[in-house]
Design a protein around this ligand. Sequence first.
Ligand code: PAF
Length: 285
Amino acid sequence: MKVIAHPDEAHAQISHWRNSGARIGLVPTMGALHEGHLTLAKRSKAECDYTVVTIFVNPTQFGPNEDLSRYPRTLEADLAGLRDVQVDMVFTPTPEMLYPAGFSTYVEPPASANPLEGQCRPGHFRGVTTVVMKLFQILPATIAYFGQKDYQQLTVIKRMVEDLNVPIRVEGCPTIRESDGLAMSSRNRYLDAEQRQRALSLWHALQAAKQLYESGERNVHILEQAMARELLQRGAEKIDYARVVDSQTLETIDTIDDEAVALIACFVGKTRLIDNLVLSNSDSH
Ligand code: PAF
């Protein structure tokens, strides 16, 4: 497994592979890897000739009061996990390599970046679209894999790729959960045992929405109220949002006609957690 920090070197390696006609799978991450990330890497391995994982805690997607400095950095353990999965290359640039002095060009995110996370974390998606675009330029892969746990991020990146004619296929992969339903997240390691229990409130709130949906309820406000009630009863402290919106555009709806997505962001202690569930008549979710 090659571990490459320098963008030029990484680009040369990918170009070499691509010139031989190989399919390259790319898994962008911020490290602190868990089974969710490794599942993305395994899927890439199954579908592509070479798999590249990036590990970069991207400063431009963190707000001034967010957890950039305390974000978990576990490079040695991450590399060991990726070696086990037998990925071919890990790209580990430094912030100075991706944002050298004088850097001043950003990718303006699409409209789907405006609600939800966009309102709670101003500038977040501008940082995400910018770094993902940079990664796509440095590492011109065939397919890029992202987790559906970051549903809005996936929606934003798919739109960006389409709008900017980026020749990379974006694949969303199902959220990987602990056996009790908690979505795997690098931020779960901030939680102590008692908070870990309260973090299950997100899963239970999504299940409450799902049960109502399956019993025929299509009124979005009723679903949202049920989610908020469940979150607070089960110990979530501050709800940033508990919404049901159009699954494609993330726009506000009153009634679910076709498919919708329930999305939650809330705090448990100082830890901000997000999760989501697609509400659809087809049973694929
Ligand atoms: O989902 C993440 O880990 C990050 O937002 C990403 C896509 C790697 C960009 O920094």
